[in-house]
Write a protein of this length. Sequence first.
Length: 176
Amino acid sequence: MSLFETLQYRRGRVLFVSETNACRDQMAEAFARMLGEDSLLAFSAGTRPAIGISAAARAVMAETGTPLYADQKPTPLANLDLSWFDVVVNLGAFNLPATTALVLEPLVPSPLADDLESHRAVRDRMETFVRFLIGHFRRAKEWSPPDTIATSGPQNLPGPPPAAAPPPDASTQPAF
């Protein structure tokens, strides 16, 4: 079953991945949980998780009224079964384990250590990306197939273009 078909009957399962799972992916998870609860389940993990979430990430998220959730904490990617997810958002082009999930790579750079301005820029990019993703999930969920599809007679469904006519045989063409 395709992701599009899956989203017809349940929320999508999205995993945001970075190296330390302390900033970008935590921001994305918080935005997704707050803004897209109706259409997706959001999680985050890191290839080499930090001990805790960045204080600067917490501060800039609080500025938007989107605080990080109490249960959010760095999680090792190795502890998760990637086949459970529909979409994996790889924020740093890391080598991920093989998965059947759709892998997206928006390549959002890490913010500078304690620089709030770079954290704000990353926060804003993450919010834009998450809103875009949620919008697509909602459109897929709201789509419904046409009421009727003709079952007899010619079908007016898109198909391959007609085959090109073969080139005329020179021996059967009149000479001009």
